[in-house]
Write a protein that binds this ligand. Structure first.
Ligand SMILES: Nc1nc2c(ncn2[C@@H]2O[C@H](COP(=O)(O)OP(=O)(O)OP(=O)(O)O)[C@@H](O)[C@H]2O)c(=O)[nH]1
Ligand SMILES: [Zn+2]
Length: 215
């Protein structure tokens, strides 16, 4: 099967609390979703670019749900990009780890009955994680990024990008604070999805440690 391709259809300046970004809108040959890149500074031909590959989470990103850490990670990654003066946040429309909002809401109801995030997905007939990172890789290629520092706790995301030809020079941990509503979700990420998180009950805060080698 041939590799999917992306085309940038528009980009526009978006001023934020962290400074000015360019929002780039892509069409692609894999699905009919609106994948986006939020870019600060000049990243063309740049090395070690700070990159966040963020999967859409309407409940966390927009509504501020405390069931997950997405909203905090989104905010923190923009802050970190701004602190470097350059960087990219790729916003992939893979809601609910690829199962969509409706199914994620059903999964939440199963979680309220005691199932964890993985088993809830499986009970609904889905894989534990149905995401694909090929479009993220093609977007980084289109932006001309040479190598990246990836803000993530998910080693599978690093592997997936590397298998798509992206040079991941370092991992920047992006740990969110733990609360009563997200503790089970975070523990499941550690126990069943190999995420590199230190989950211990703590006050509300997000920490980003120094860069670590990607492998
Ligand atoms: N199916 C399902 N998806 C969820 C659930 N909670 C959050 N998500 C989705 O999970 C995605 C974020 O993935 P995470 O596993 O939190 O983190 P990650 O992107 O793999 O790793 P990081 O780079 O460290 O953030 C978003 O698309 C969310 O909508 C859940 O309980 N069930
Ligand atoms: Zn979320």
């Amino acid at each position: 099967m041939s590799k999917p391709t992306v085309s940038r259809l528009a980009s526009t300046r978006i001023p934020t609390a962290y400074g000015d970004f360019q929002l780039c809108y892509y069409s692609n040959t894999l699905d009919n979703k609106e994948h986006l890149a939020f870019v600060m500074g000049n990243v063309t031909d740049a090395e070690n670019v700070m990159v966040r590959i963020h999967s859409e989470c309407f409940t966390g990103d927009v509504l501020g749900s405390r069931r997950c850490d997405c909203g905090e990670q989104l905010d923190r990654s923009l802050q970190l990009i701004a602190s470097q003066g350059t960087g990219v946040l790729v916003y992939l429309r893979q809601e609910g780890r690829g199962i969509g909002l409706l199914q994620k809401m059903r999964a939440y109801n199963l979680q309220d009955q005691g199932y964890d995030t993985v088993d809830a997905n499986l009970l609904l007939g889905h894989g534990a994680d149905e995401r694909d990172y090929s479009l993220a890789a093609r977007i980084l290629d289109e932006l001309g990024v040479n190598s990246i520092r990836l803000m993530t706790n998910n080693p599978l995301k690093i592997q997936a990008l590397e298998s798509e030809g992206i040079l991941v020079k370092a991992r920047v941990p992006l740990e969110a604070s733990v609360n009563a509503d997200n503790q089970g979700y975070l523990l499941t990420k550690v126990r069943r999805m190999d995420h590199l998180l230190q989950v211990k009950p703590a006050a509300i805060r997000v920490t980003a440690h120094d860069c670590e080698p990607a492998d």
